[in-house]
Design a protein around this ligand. Structure first.
Ligand code: CDP
Length: 210
């Protein structure tokens, strides 16, 4: 049976961590849709036309090195503003969402555009400073040189581009439950997400049995 969990939110809010934990908890498949845009962005940086890259994206493009690097993130948010790129990635995401056994998709427009019918919708957010701090700690933890103000301005630039684009802008779906993780630990954020999804599963079961 299909059951879709849509998890949206801005850069570095903790969507990835929450999504992976939720998928593992319920035994659902997980798709990090940001990787699709990152893979297209990476190919654009290598000189491929982004629409062409999106139309010919292969599974192995999602495993390439460097997809998590900041220049690729910025390139991803540029190609993500191109309607033909988004259109090329739509069917794959929708098919993934409706696969048997349940699916968690995380991104920017999952609850609004990709799966408006998702059974559970979450909007995971945190202040820009908190998100930049987490990203900064992650970089320095890996031994990479990082400048906090630069990380913060990168986060803000990407948020502005994601929220300001006309096609599928980042915003909470009307029926999404917002989880602000600014003052939460990872386990608190995961527990909050699981509680919302358990409610939705129960509602669906009650509806089907009654
Ligand atoms: O992990 P992080 O939140 O930093 O970024 P990501 O989820 O990997 O997404 C990278 C970029 O892809 C975002 O800044 C968006 O511009 C774009 N994106 C999108 O437009 N729609 C999605 N469903 C997912 C990502």
């Amino acid at each position: 049976m299909a059951f879709t969990v849509a998890i949206d939110g801005p850069a570095a809010a903790g969507k990835g961590t929450v999504s992976r934990a939720v998928a593992a908890h319920f035994g659902f498949a997980h798709l990090d849709t940001g990787l699709l845009y990152r893979a297209v962005g990476q190919r654009m940086l290598e000189g491929t036309d982004p629409v062409e890259a999106a139309l010919t994206l292969r599974a192995e493009d999602l495993d390439r090195e460097g997809l998590r690097a900041d220049p690729v993130a910025q390139a991803a948010s540029k190609v993500a503003a191109i309607p033909e790129v988004r259109a090329a990635l739509l069917d794959f995401q929708r098919a993934f969402a409706r696969r048997a056994g349940g699916a968690v998709l995380d991104g920017r427009d999952i609850g609004t555009v990709i799966c408006p019918e998702a059974e559970a919708k979450l909007f995971v957010t945190a202040s820009a400073e908190t998100r930049a701090r987490r990203r900064f700690d992650e970089l320095t933890g890996k031994g990479e040189a990082a400048d906090f103000d630069r990380v913060l301005s990168d986060v803000r630039t990407r948020d502005a581009r994601d929220m300001g684009r006309p096609d599928a802008p980042l915003k909470p779906a009307r029926d999404a439950v917002e989880i602000d993780t600014s003052e939460m630990s990872i386990s608190q954020a995961v527990a909050a997400a699981i509680a919302v999804i358990e409610d939705r599963i129960k509602e669906r079961n009650d509806h089907e049995n009654g």
